[in-house]
Design a protein around this ligand. Structure first.
Ligand code: MOS
Length: 744
């Protein structure tokens, strides 16, 4: 049979778009089972200490209040720390909600108030009083830096690799040097949808848990382990997720508390976090990078020395891969990297969109720009001069790297060659104009994933996998993949995601879902096609022509040309003739699928080149980003429309990183004090310029079975640096802190 390529690569609009804009798409806090109680969490206002007394009498007097659950009256939950480990595998001692009276961080849940209405629960939560014994804490990053360490137990790919050459000696001998400390403020994930759980107790005593998460099977495993249940007693559903950016990689305390209280009261419970409470469980760590670069006078990099520190909590070692990106991406004979974490008494920092690279690539690309200027070279020319065609850090070939094309095409579209070199030399009236650029790099990962394809009597193809679509377009690209693999019109495909009972799929993240779930759906559909053909070949009732190998399945119809003209057979008829109600196939995609991925020692990355124009008002010290262009090399693009949206969204977020987003710590109480949108600034419409996205042609059949690299995170990498570099070009001033606040 022939496979006609018609769907993958088309700019298809989201198949879930109508459900979303008409409110039919139900999110975690929208399930409304009968008898549901509302749970409101009370959080600790101190960073370290012990609960002495909980005064809940007044709260219990509030009409409608059913229970105030604390560590003193909660039902049994697992005792051991390891039972609270989640799929992310952050080393250390996981936080156990309401485990005991010890306070580890400001914002830690100390009670959950359950009431018949949300208003009653909230009112009662406000009058729960807790006496604490306060212990000393440190929430000051500068102080934490003095206690930095490398965790002994950690994911091996996060340990900086062996140095190459002698970076210190080469630096000393370099004719041109730059050196400095670069800093990124801590940021908080603020997806549109806040974390929420609706936990339902079914008649048979099992739990159905609607949770805002990036991994329903990871949350299922976590709940089963932490609540000492078997996995088949917990079903976790997340068919729609209103963004996450990594805040839903780990089980958030609301899911544990909702399920525990539902178990305690034998009633459905919904626990939603407020926007402020989004600042109590995860954040992109604060980071410093000490960067020293040495080059010869002709602009050839001779030495790169990168030392990075990010912060973590006192109880878990959250580590990020921030220091190695430039060492991978640039040809430089001498390079070394060092990395440590700095503990402070906060909740644990966490992965946030392009964890490690969003920090490390942007800070390094600011230093690269400084070095280009120190060598009196155009920043684009400097990068091309020091371009590496291999993973220079690990001395490994790459499956592909079309970054040269991205730089060339991006520069051409942007008009880079009209740029003047001298900072402050481009003006429009009183505004200074600056043009900056940077490059981006992110992993192109692939994780084993299973999917099921089922053809029903209704003639529809049903696709199922436990992937999460966090707003990225996963439903749509999987439908496109199925349409192409099976030969089915898009509108006859149903995609079911976000349910722990579906075929196994890793937690959504790392930009691996398109490559991984895409490959699984592809295989399942090919397998189902084969099954269908085999079934027809064996069937006595099927017409003889469908048994020929010239038969085509296209547009959801089997057809062929015979002596008597064209013939066709609908899929429901095919099933009926063979006596089947439905036909189903399940497959698992794993590395090594084509015998290539696991066998070839090649590194895999996505690349980008970002160009930016800013306008700076030198009297008001305001910065406007007026143009952003991102040229992305990400292998095969499944859907240029949803893919470009991913890049644009990341560029908005990176604009926040460059100019706005900053979590400000009040060290005295150990709390990020700007925990609201009045004071934690993210870009609004007026801050967002025209943004262009272009995808360069990059054929790569080694990176993943479908040649897909993923595009969820690459748009973060380099964009903030391009903005910073444009501000330098406009003003002649270097800023080494993100966010940049000129005049501040
Ligand atoms: Mo992303 S930080 O891998 O959800």
């Amino acid at each position: 049979m022939n496979v006609i390529s018609t769907h993958i690569g088309q700019p298809v609009s989201r198949i879930d778009g109508v459900a979303k804009v008409t409110g039919q798409a139900k999110y975690a806090a929208e399930a409304h089972p009968p008898g549901m109680l509302y749970g409101v969490v009370v959080n600790s206002p101190i960073a370290r200490g012990r609960i002495e007394t909980i005064h809940d009498a007044e709260a219990r007097q509030v009409p409608g209040v059913i229970e105030v659950m604390t560590h003193l009256n909660r039902p049994h939950a697992a005792l051991f720390e390891k039972s609270y480990m989640d799929g992310l595998g952050v080393p250390g001692v996981p936080y156990r909600p309401l485990h005991d009276g010890e306070i580890h961080f400001n914002g830690q849940p100390v009670a959950v108030v359950l009431a018949e209405t949300f208003e009653a629960a909230r009112e009662a939560a406000m009058v729960v009083r807790v006496d604490y014994e306060r212990w000393p804490h440190n929430a000051d990053f500068e102080v934490a830096l003095h206690q930095k360490y490398m965790p002994s137990k950690t994911r091996s790919n996060y340990v900086p690799p062996k140095p190459r050459g002698d970076a210190a000696a080469a630096y000393a001998l370099s004719a041109v040097k730059i050196e400095g400390r670069y800093h990124l403020a801590p940021e908080h994930h603020n997806p549109m949808e806040m974390h929420a759980t609706t936990a339902i107790v079914e008649d048979d005593g099992t739990f159905t848990v609607w949770d805002k998460t990036q991994g329903p099977q990871a949350v299922q495993a976590y709940l089963a382990s932490a609540l000492s249940l078997s996995k088949d007693q917990v079903r976790v559903r997340n068919p729609y997720v209103g963004g996450a950016f990594g805040s839903g990689l780990r089980a958030v305390y609301n899911v544990f508390l909702a399920t525990l209280t539902a178990e305690m009261l034998k009633r459905a419970v919904r626990v939603t976090l407020t926007r402020s409470q989004m600042f109590t469980h995860a954040f992109r760590p604060e980071a410093v990078m000490d960067i020293a670069l040495g080059a010869s006078r002709d602009g050839t990099l001779q030495s790169m020395i990168v030392k990075g520190v990010t912060d973590t909590s006192r109880f878990e070692h959250n580590i990020e891969n921030i220091v190695i990106w430039g060492l991978i991406n640039y040809k430089c004979p001498n390079a070394t990297a060092d990395y440590k974490v700095a503990p402070r008494d906060t909740y644990t920092s966490s992965d946030m969109r392009a964890p490690g690279a969003a920090t490390g690539v942007n800070l390094l690309e600011m230093a690269i720009d400084e070095m280009a200027y120190a060598c009196s070279m155009d920043p684009l020319a400097f990068r091309l001069h020091n371009y590496s065609d291999i993973d220079a850090m690990h001395d490994m070939p790459l499956t592909s790297k079309a970054l040269r094309d991205a730089m060339a095409q991006g520069a051409q579209h942007f008009g880079w060659h009209d740029r003047s070199m001298m900072p402050g030399s481009m003006r429009d009236g009183r505004e200074l104009i600056g043009w900056g650029m940077a490059t981006g790099i992110w992993d192109a990962m692939f994780s084993p994933t299973s999917a099921r394809a089922r053809l029903g009597q209704d003639g529809r193809l049903h696709i199922a996998t436990a992937a999460s679509d966090i707003g990225t377009g996963t439903y749509t690209i999987l439908a496109q993949t199925a349409a192409e693999a099976f030969g089915m019109p898009l509108d006859r495909i149903d995609v079911e995601l976000g349910d722990s009972t579906l075929p196994e799929c890793p937690t959504e993240g790392g930009s691996w879902t398109a490559a991984s779930a895409g490959a699984a759906v592809w295989l399942a559909c090919l397998s189902l096609r084969r099954k269908l053909i085999d079934m027809l070949a064996r069937s006595e009732n099927a017409p003889p022509w469908v048994k020929q190998d010239t038969v085509t399945l296209e547009g959801g119809i089997l057809h062929d040309m015979t002596e008597n003209g064209p013939v066709s057979l609908s899929l429901p008829d095919a099933l009926s003739l063979a006596g089947y109600d439905a036909l189903e196939a399940e497959e698992t995609a794993k590395p090594g699928l084509r015998g290539k991925i696991s066998q070839m020692r090649k590194a895999r990355f996505t690349h980008s080149a970002v160009f930016c124009e800013v306008r700076v008002d030198p009297e008001l010290d305001t910065v406007r980003v007026t143009r952003l262009l991102n040229a992305v090399a990400a292998g095969r693009i499944m859907n240029p429309k949803t893919a470009a949206s991913q890049i644009r969204g990341a560029m908005v977020m990176a604009t926040g990183m460059a100019l706005h987003e900053e979590s400000l710590m009040d060290e005295r109480v150990g709390r990020f004090m700007n925990h609201n949108f009045a004071e934690y600034h993210i870009p609004a419409h007026a801050d967002i310029p025209d943004m262009d996205v272009l995808f360069v042609n990059e054929h790569d059949d080694e990176v993943s079975p479908l040649g897909v690299k993923g595009i969820g995170e690459i748009g973060m990498c380099g964009t903030a640096a391009a903005i910073a570099n444009a501000i330098f070009h406009a003003t002649g001033r270097r800023y080494r802190n993100l966010p940049i606040m000129p005049g501040a």
